[in-house]
Design a binder for this molecule. Sequence first.
Ligand code: 13P
Length: 340
Amino acid sequence: MSEQELVTTVRTMMHAGRGILAMDESTPTCNRRFANLGIAQTVEARRAWRELILTTPGLGEFISGAILYDETIRQSKNDGTSFIKLLTEAGIIPGIKVDTGAKDLAGHPGEKITEGLDGLRERLSEYRQMGARFAKWRAVITIGGGIPSRGCLEANAHALARYAALCQEAGLAPIVEPEVLMDGGHTLEQCALATEAALHTVFSQLYRQRVLLEGMILKPNMVLSGKDCPTQAGVEEVADATVSCLLRAVPGAVPGVAFLSGGQSAQLASARLNAMNVRWRSKAPWALTFSYSRAIQQPAMDTWKGKEINGVAAQKALYHRAKCNSMARRGEYRDEMENP
Ligand code: 13P
């Protein structure tokens, strides 16, 4: 695998107007979302949901890459066509989540460490043979009394960098995701401080582990007021705080920043991304795009409810959110798009 191939994968994924669809929910997470809507929590229901997503007409206009989960990358459409083939035919690059989840970090109450490095080289090689061309690993950082701690930031950054180096060795472009959660009553300023500290720590470790910055994508949180903070920052304030934070901590050699949605409403996730592109595109060295799960899938899942009869309407809802986010990535999203 040449460095050039990694760079080309990333450039294609970050190409103008498109973004990434995260559909890599683990089985427990997918089941939890199904349970909220009274949908059966079975392998077949999860397969049917992913088939609905991947057969949405025109999805490839707005989506350049889709992140799958181990269960999903092995699944097929009901006529036997593999999901990997469906994606490739739609012009969407297949990717795979390779961490095995966030566990309690010993000695650090309230903090998590993401696991999955054991056996990763072998798993990456298998996924590459199956057709994946990029991967994802998510670290979880919580803001609270006295946290995040240095111990938590450093342990997670080290794991992200080891993962990213292994990915590049295997010919997969790594998505590096240090997520500072929006849970809690913290202010926008506290989120900015924690996010900047997390990003500095991550890029220091990426340098130490000799990760090619031109061959990776950063997937950060936006800088937001905590969910329970009485003062909620406005759309433009969030856009400015987020890009200012990234400018301090993210090298210009990184081709793209693809945000997670993290529990924001679908419309706010579009509006905030749009504001970043309107206000900062000329000053930001990296593409600013999306890698959303809930902010693309949730309205469609609410429509589907596990019933085949709702399939077409659900696909329309999914297409609509993908289109809104594609417009936001260009700085051309308008509120009126939500009420056609
Ligand atoms: P959300 O957009 O729902 O936060 O999910 C993105 C993701 O991939 C989390 O790892």
